[in-house]
Ligand binder design. Sequence first.
Ligand code: ADP
Ligand code: MG
Length: 612
Amino acid sequence: MKNQQELKGRLGIGEVLRIAGKALQVSFRTKSTMSLFVNLIGFAMAFVPVWISMTLRDFTNHVQQIFQGQETIMTALLVLGLLILLYLMQTSYLFASDYYAEVDRQRTTRYMKKKIIESASSVEYKYIENEGDYRDKLAFAEMSGGSQVAQSMQQSIVILQQVITFVSITLVLLDVSLLIVMILIATCIPAVVLSIKQKDEDYKNKTKSMKDGAMSVHLFYMASGANENCKSMNDVRFFGMYPWIKDKWRDVSMNYLKQKNAVSRKHVVYNSLADILRNGVYIGILLLVAKQIYDNPAIGLGVFMLVSTLAVQLQNATTKVFVGIAQFFGDIRYMKDFFELDATPKEKLEDHPQVLDQADIVFENVSFTYPNSTMQALKNLSITIKQGEKIAIVGENGSGKSTFANLLCGMHQPTSGEVTVGGLNVKNYLASVRNAISVVFQNFGRYETSIKENITFSDRSRKITDEDLEKLTKTTNAFSFIEAQPNGLDETVGTFSEGGNDLSGGQWQKVAITRAMYRDKARIMVLDEPTSALDPVAEAQLYRDFAKITGDKTTILISHRLGITTIVDRILVFADGRIIEEGDHTELLAKGGQYAAMYHAQAQWYGEVVDF
Ligand code: ADP
Ligand code: MG
């Protein structure tokens, strides 16, 4: 998070207003009609506190007159009726507005979450690698931003209503005494100032301890298995790691809480002092009014009632207005993160992608460095792959094989050099190029839905009968385990699935391969270590059926198994971000270089090469 949080402390007024405007727009857009209606009523209801106090004053005066024998009970009863009506109105309105505030809060939070995933799934991919601290902002907007922003957007309307209440009370009280109004407003200043400062401290504290907070959540997931991404339950159980996790978790979360509590304690003390001041002044004012009535009984007891109720209301309204405004502008720092997500450059996909018949792949002097990394993953790499060629890429871990695939698929753009497919520069024709490619990424996804959907995601426009889909799964040898599912292709799989039918790693991989094959309009197929989770029989089957699976598509197979390289036309040997050797299996063996060395080393373990 670096200095970014500190910078955020100081926003220019122009920027603050711009973000506030956007926030209000969001608030307005996510409101339901009913809630909008309740808000409108709220503006009328903002006058009710004054109305109630004035009615109380009249009622008290009437009662006083009755006691003095100057009036019958009838008028007093009528005023009482009005009073009850006003209270009923106020209570019903409060219920309705609380309810719709909650509804709105949920709607806004949902809207923001939707925007967050929309952004994450459409921004240029480099941001996913945390370029410009994108991921930090995303986590922040998701963790603390969401509800805060939703709340403060709500608040803007409440503030406006409180302003009406504030003005109307002030006008009525001015009639009684200017001094009282001034004292009441002045004594709210400490509470307002404190609230602003505290909001500031909370924000600083939150951003400062964010890493601790995230770490404590991570450790919790690690030990509880509550998050499927932390696949550590086996290790934790088997190696008895609980004590280690527990200690680390305690340290981190205690540290986090200690900071938080220190701030809270300080706030409680100051807020109490501010409250004592306000209450003291309130009592003083009551005494002041009592003395006025004592000196001049003609003004009637009702004034006491009026001032005693309105004084509290004025203090509340003043605090709410100023604290509300301060909070709203304070929350702008949280909102800024959110709107920055929204403003992060998106991938540009052409509206009318071209259909490529010929999809020759050309890498020309391509170098690439991952965002936030200092090491080049690809170094001035050039290669041409003709339509229909079957290529294998081999090389040590970290030699740049997956990076090559990522650049071909337009996930990242070269730092220098160019990648073209079918003559189209990938960075300018993302949609056309991606349409021409099908892929099994090294870290492919597993989706909590039916097997059928897991396969057909790769081409949602294609229609297929269950029979044809079954045929397809036979080609990838996925048929037998799919058939064994109670609902076959329609079986919901994954960790959430009710029957508990999760697939094994190898079975998932077969689904991923079938998914890639299903995208039959593609001209290129990229398979990044597609057999890493398969058993030897399944692996052998895959390579035996390789021609059927890949058809006439250009195929780029990234693999560590050198034996299978006999089924391809050409082998590229990657080392340290470069292609150091290329040729077919026989040529490379004859050359006696890196490939030959790796092959002989493997042959020692696997025996003679299996002939596919
Ligand atoms: P291979 O697939 O050949 O095992 P990769 O292409 O995944 O290797 O990685 C090539 C180099 O790029 C490695 O040095 C690796 O550490 C680095 N690298 C890979 N992915 C990332 C990433 N997301 N961020 C930063 N560096 C990465
Ligand atoms: Mg890889």
